[in-house]
Each structure stands twice: as structure tokens, then as C-alpha cells.
Ligand binder design. Structure first.
Ligand code: GLY
Length: 574
């Protein structure tokens, strides 16, 4: 009998061993119908800060499950693709800058690419005029999406199975979540465009106005995410999802093909790094202008004792404006996808060159920008990109900025697949000298070419102190991104501000063309008037510039995560 029982138990053990391992994909418990977010946390083990409370909560739950900051960044991005359709995305692109626990720094480029059938003058009409409607709205405005390739490429640094990282997003899409007042407002604002630029009515269209507390269910999107869960990147770039994208393109005269999708590859690049007064600043290289621009701006102020001038003093604002102007003049001329155009990065960041650039700087008056083409009025509802910052106790720090370009991208949702496509083609120079939606101009360096990535301003950035993570930062905001990061860093490194102050204080922006300073509500009126007397022009005041998400490592080693107060953004930690 004893022998029989032993044999039976042994058999059970063998059967258990032979049973295929069940994938435990249970999502962490988050109440998506009743939630709130906080703007600041101080945490010991890890922190996530993003544009949406639910996405930040997902990220921290992943950290609690034993994931590292890269895992949390992946899960947070996937959650944002569901709960923050303005900019969180599957149909767009982005950049990740990370410092890993082994000290390595990495930059991952998953920027969209021009489709194979794209060509330099595709938005130039027969009368020679550039058609920005076509580059900014609808099917033809979309580049080949890179986000999904980026998520899977970054996962090589993660610890948890991808199936687990995507499960919270699937559940948020399938079971729904309640929307905030600002989400309701932006969906209502979108209704006409949704009807105009879609061939299949998307779930975002509603006959009565959206209101705070409504539940948004996204079944098609849940199915797309499930295909990614089952098949990896091929669940997006091949098979059913790819077929749905290409059919959508064909119905709306878009040009993205099955081949474009299958060939898309995210690329690891060497981060753009430089030293500023002993800190190592690690940011994104081309095809983002962000890293080079903050390098140029920081170096142009480094020797000028800006700390003594004081925050928002006339002298400091005027100096920073002139520095921003000079950096952006170089952006238009020299910057683009370095895989397709030789960008003179070394020359642009050479200290002698930068001193030379400041030779005609006059602290007493404005230096007028050399006009190439008149600037256009900026579209204030645009600039919808999103940033998330993550840190863990192992020493991994991750800054990710992703985008659809405009708010809700092209406004086209892929029929049957449930996600918005980007309108990133407008970030190319669609015709030399013609401003894009941010008023930025460009030329040959950023001309459209099949397979080329459009120039970006996204600036996910890390600051290392003694080679350890000190600041993790980034923001949306189109061309205002590099100037916001510049100002946030100067606020902390020169004006000794806390993370909270550095983010919340009103910002300003100059981008060479149009030759005017954009200021945010709350910017000191006396400084504005003094600058006007010195010859500066101002554009209409903005209610908000950027939505900066920052994590700082405090002297006691704890993480202070601060979410911008300009939106629903939320910080979480544990
Ligand atoms: N689409 C905004 C940027 O990449 O800069």
C-alpha cells in the first residue's frame, strides 16, 4: 500500500511537471471607476509620474510585483495608450532615455518613419502651396508607427514577462474606466474631426456630450492589445492588426503599406550626453533635436553666472530668450534624421562655436531673428505629446516621451483596431521655409524621404550626479519641449529650486521664428514690459506650457516624484 501511495504521488509530481506552465497574467487590482491622483509623492522603493493617475498606478503596481523601472515604463505606456488617447499611443512613436542599474546609459528611438510611398513634395499642391491640412489631419498625415516596436525593444532590459506588463492595459480597455472632466472636454472638442477623418465610427464619437464619470470602453483596442500579448510585435506589425491599418489607409487615401509595417524597427542609439558644472546630462540624440538644443542652451549660459541674476529677473529671462533663439536658428538649418542627413552635432555643440554664437548677444536689447519666412500663429490645442518618468531602487531611471503629434494625432482611428494614428508627417519640413504646426521651419536636413524619421523636439532627459541618477525629467509641448527642459534644469541647478517649484513656475519660450516670446499665465508683467522696451515682441499669453513630469533623488536617497499641475497628471510611489 505504502509503495502504491508513493508511486501515485510520484505520478502526480510528474504530471504537474509536464503540465505546460500557466502564464500568470493577472493584472494588479486598480479601481478604474473610482480613482484619484496626487501631484507629489516621496517614496523609498520606486516612483512613476505620468499624464494619468491610472497609468501611474499601473506603473507602481508593476514595480511592486518585482518589475524594474523599464518594466514599469512599458506598462505605463501601454496603460496610457488606453486611458490617455490624446497622446498615449500604439499608433505613434517616442523615445526612451535610460540609465540602467549597471551604470549603462541607453537611448531608444521609436520615432515614426515616412512610408515607402512618401516623397519630398507630397504635401505641395500644383499651385506650389504646401497643404498643411493634409500633413496635420487624416490618413495621409501618418508616419509608420514606432511605439510598439519600441516597447518590445526596451523589454530586453525588463524583468517581468511582457504578457504581464500588457495585462493592465487590456483590462482598462476591455472593462473601461471613468473619464475626467478634462478628458470629457477634449473628447467633446474632437467630435467634428472624428466624424470628418474616420471611415468607421470610433468609440470616441457620442451623440450626447461626454461628461466626467462616463465610462470609456475600448473593445477593439483590447483585442489589438491581446494580439500583441499573444504574438509580440508581430501582433501589431503583421497579421490582423497590420491588415486593419492598411485597409484603413486604403479607405482614407493614406499610404502606409504592409511592407512599411513589417519593416519598422526601433533603434538603439548613443545618448546625447554632456557635462554641466559637474552634472552629467543624458538626453536624446537625433532624430530628436532635444539633446543638442539643451546642450547648446546650457553651454551658452554656463559661464554667465545666471544664478546671481535671479529667477525671472529681467537679465535672466533676456539671456535665456537669446540663448533659445540661437539654438532654434540652428535647429531649422541643420537638424534632421542623422541616418539620412549629416547633422554636424560636434560643430553645433563645440564650445568655441557656441561662444561665437553669443558674440552678437547684447544684454541691453533684443537681437532680431533673421527672417526666412514669416511665422504663423501657433495652434494652441496641439502639442499633444506625453512624458513619463520612472525610477526604481535598483538604480534604473527611465525617461520616456511619446507622441501622436497633434492632440489625438491625425484624428483617424484604425477601424476595427481602436487606436489613433499619428500626424507626425507634419514634423518634417513639408516645404522649405513653411512653418509646421509649431511654427518651426526647416529645409533639406528635415525634408521628407521614404524611411526617414521626422525631426522631433522630444527631450526625455536624465541628470546624473556622481554618475548616479539625480533627475528624471521630460515634458510634452512640441517645440517648447527643449526650452521647458532647459528652464526646469536651470531652475534646479542654478536657482536651487525644489522639483515642485521648478515645474510649477511659469515658463516662457522663444524659437527664433516666429520672432516673439511666448509666455505662460503668471509670468511677471513687469519683466514682460521691460523686455518690450528692449525690443521684444510677445505672442498671446498661454494658459499652460508643457506638462513636466519629474523625479528627483533627495539627499537621503528617497525619490521625490512631482506631476505637473497643468493637467490630470499624477505621481505614484511605494
Ligand atoms: N511631435 C512633436 C515632436 O516630436 O517634437
Amino acid at each position: 500500500m505504502q509503495k502504491k501511495i508513493t508511486a501515485f504521488l510520484f505520478l502526480l509530481l510528474i504530471l504537474a511537471a509536464c503540465k505546460p506552465a500557466q502564464k500568470n497574467t493577472a493584472a494588479p487590482a486598480i479601481n478604474a471607476y473610482n480613482y484619484s491622483g496626487v501631484k507629489k509623492v516621496v517614496a523609498e522603493n520606486g516612483a512613476v509620474v505620468s499624464a494619468h493617475p491610472l497609468a501611474s498606478k499601473v506603473g507602481v503596481e508593476i514595480l511592486k510585483m518585482g518589475g524594474n523601472a523599464v518594466d514599469a515604463a512599458i506598462a505605463t505606456q501601454l496603460a496610457l495608450a488606453v486611458v490617455y488617447p490624446n497622446a498615449g499611443n500604439l499608433g505613434g512613436g517616442g523615445f526612451m532615455v535610460a540609465r540602467l542599474s549597471n551604470g549603462e546609459t541607453v537611448a531608444l528611438d521609436y520615432r515614426e518613419k515616412a512610408p515607402g510611398q512618401a516623397h519630398r513634395d507630397m504635401y505641395v499642391e500644383t499651385d506650389g502651396k504646401a497643404n498643411t491640412d493634409k500633413s496635420q489631419l487624416g490618413h495621409l498625415s501618418s508616419g509608420v508607427p514606432g511605439t510598439v516596436s519600441g516597447l518590445f525593444a526596451s523589454h530586453k532590459y525588463g524583468k517581468l514577462a511582457f504578457e504581464k506588463l500588457i495585462q493592465p492595459a487590456i483590462e482598462l480597455a476591455e472593462k473601461g474606466f471613468t473619464i475626467s472632466a478634462s478628458e470629457a472636454r477634449s473628447l467633446n472638442y474632437l467630435q467634428n474631426d472624428l466624424k470628418k477623418y474616420n471611415t468607421v465610427t470610433p468609440v470616441f464619437v457620442k451623440n450626447t456630450p461626454w461628461k466626467q464619470g462616463d465610462t470609456l470602453l475600448q473593445t477593439d483596442l483590447a483585442n489589438t492589445l491581446k494580439r500583441m500579448q499573444q504574438k509580440g510585435a508581430a501582433g501589431f506589425y503583421e497579421g490582423e492588426t497590420a491588415r486593419l491599418i492598411v485597409e484603413e489607409m486604403k479607405r482614407g487615401n493614406g499610404i502606409i503599406s504592409l511592407e512599411d509595417l513589417k519593416n519598422y524597427q526601433a533603434k538603439f542609439r548613443t545618448p546625447h550626453s554632456f557635462l554641466y558644472k559637474g552634472y552629467k546630462i543624458v538626453s536624446m540624440p537625433m532624430p530628436s533635436s532635444g539633446g543638442v538644443l539643451i546642450h547648446q542652451m546650457m553651454k551658452m549660459i554656463e559661464e554667465r553666472n545666471i544664478a546671481a541674476m535671479g529667477f525671472h529677473s529681467l537679465q535672466a529671462v533676456q539671456l535665456m530668450t537669446e540663448v533659445e533663439r540661437r539654438a532654434f536658428a540652428d535647429r531649422g538649418e541643420y537638424m534632421g534624421d542623422a541616418d539620412h542627413y549629416k547633422v554636424p552635432v560636434d560643430m553645433l555643440t563645440n564650445e568655441v562655436y557656441l561662444q561665437e554664437r553669443m558674440k552678437n548677444y547684447d544684454p541691453a536689447k533684443a537681437t532680431p531673428s533673421v527672417m526666412v519666412q514669416p511665422g504663423t500663429v501657433l495652434r494652441t490645442e496641439s502639442e499633444e505629446t506625453t512624458h513619463l518618468s520612472v525610477i526604481d531602487k535598483e538604480g534604473n531611471a527611465v525617461a520616456v516621451t511619446t507622441t501622436l503629434n497633434n492632440s489625438y494625432g491625425s484624428r483617424t482611428v484604425v477601424g476595427g483596431a481602436g487606436f489613433f494614428m499619428n500626424d507626425e508627417m507634419d514634423d518634417f519640413s513639408i516645404k522649405p521655409g513653411v512653418p509646421n504646426m509649431y511654427g518651426a521651419i526647416g529645409g533639406e536636413a528635415n525634408a521628407i524621404k521614404p524611411g526617414k524619421r521626422m525631426l522631433s523636439s522630444m527631450t526625455p532627459t536624465l541628470v546624473l550626479k556622481d554618475d548616479k541618477p539625480y533627475i528624471v525629467v521630460g515634458t510634452p509641448g512640441g517645440t517648447t519641449i527643449p526650452t521647458q527642459i532647459f528652464q526646469t534644469l536651470v531652475n534646479i541647478l542654478e536657482f536651487n529650486m525644489s522639483a515642485e517649484e521648478a515645474v510649477y513656475k511659469p515658463k516662457f519660450h522663444h524659437q527664433w521664428l516666429p520672432d516673439e516670446i511666448m509666455i505662460e499665465k503668471g509670468f511677471p508683467l513687469a519683466v514682460k514690459e521691460a523686455l518690450q522696451k528692449m525690443g521684444y515682441s510677445f505672442s498671446k499669453e498661454r494658459s499652460g506650457i508643457g506638462r513636466t513630469e519629474i523625479i528627483m533623488v533627495l539627499p537621503n536617497g528617497k525619490f521625490e516624484a512631482v506631476a505637473d499641475n497643468r493637467g490630470d497628471d499624477a505621481a505614484e510611489g511605494w
